[in-house]
Design a protein around this ligand. Structure first.
Ligand SMILES: [Zn+2]
Length: 281
């Protein structure tokens, strides 16, 4: 015990000696370096900074940025948002929010993106976590084309509101991290419970992570493939319900959706509607 303490004491004492010696050495090197550099550098870095003047001697000027470790691409830290279910648009005046659920899908998402591009419309994509993880290229395309991301859970369980909070939490948070990773760290602005299966605690959880709970006003029923005219008819019949409109780019053959979406965007613009995102704050 005593011996170990003695050893420890010596070990502890050693750094002080080392530190003093090193400090002296640094001062000497710094002085020599500044003396050597002084003629060439013309006093650019100022005379009263010997500790700094040692740096140029190691030729580090150009590597200043390179010497920092690269910043990991992580999701931005976002402030909490209100936890009530949002339907409103960010845009003032007559406007709608186009929302596209249940993707991304390698066949249908590119076709939906093409229609949106042709009509110069930005939409909100409510994505299933594992599908985002399986198709990160599609998630990145969605973001790059100016659309917004929405968390639509891991398993699309429309009865999740009847299950324990721990389950709801993993459905929401696991999907969030899958979507964030697939996107390369883009913000996920919204959380939409599958089938609207929100609960107060799950809304609060999403809101704490910057995701506004997102509802809808018009279900075009495109998912059921009733035919393009019926989908468009539903939109026209329900347009006064509110501004948030639901379409799908996953869950099966979306040929009707792609055609109906194009016709819907044309009609909406003719009616004088602008295209917006759901209000976050
Ligand atoms: Zn859905």
């Amino acid at each position: 015990m005593t011996e170990q303490r003695g050893t420890l004491a010596r070990v502890k004492a050693a750094p002080q000696w080392v530190a003093v010696s090193l400090a002296a050495l640094v001062v000497v090197i710094a002085s020599v370096a500044s003396a050597l550099l002084a003629p060439g550098s013309g006093g650019r870095s100022g005379a009263g900074a010997p500790a700094v003047s040692g740096r140029p001697a190691s030729g580090a000027g150009a590597t200043t940025t390179g010497s920092h470790p690269p910043i990991r691409p992580t999701a931005p830290t976002v402030a909490p948002v209100p936890d009530s279910i949002q339907h409103a648009t960010e845009a003032a005046g007559p406007a709608v929010n186009i929302t596209i659920d249940d993707g991304p899908d390698p066949v249908w998402t590119p076709k939906v993106l093409q229609v949106l591009r042709q009509h110069h419309v930005h939409a909100t994509f409510c994505m299933i976590g594992p599908q985002a993880r399986a198709h990160p290229d599609l998630v990145k395309q969605v973001v790059a084309q100016g659309h917004r991301l929405c968390d639509h859970t891991v398993h699309h369980d429309t009865t999740m509101d009847h299950k324990p909070f721990a389950y709801q939490k993993s459905e929401i948070m696991d999907a969030l991290s899958m979507i964030e990773q697939a996107s390369g760290g883009a913000r996920v602005y919204y959380y939409r419970a599958p089938g609207g299966a929100f609960t107060p605690p799950s809304r609060a959880l999403a809101a704490q992570h910057g995701m506004r709970p997102l509802g809808w006003n018009i279900d075009t029923k495109d998912f059921d493939r009733p035919g393009v005219p019926v989908i468009l008819g539903t939109l026209k019949d329900e347009i006064h319900n509110g501004p948030t409109i639901l379409f799908h780019d996953g869950g099966g053959n979306r040929t009707q959706t792609v055609k109906a979406l194009g016709e819907s965007l044309t009609w909406l613009r003719q009616q004088g509607y602008a295209f917006s995102f759901p209000k976050v704050d």
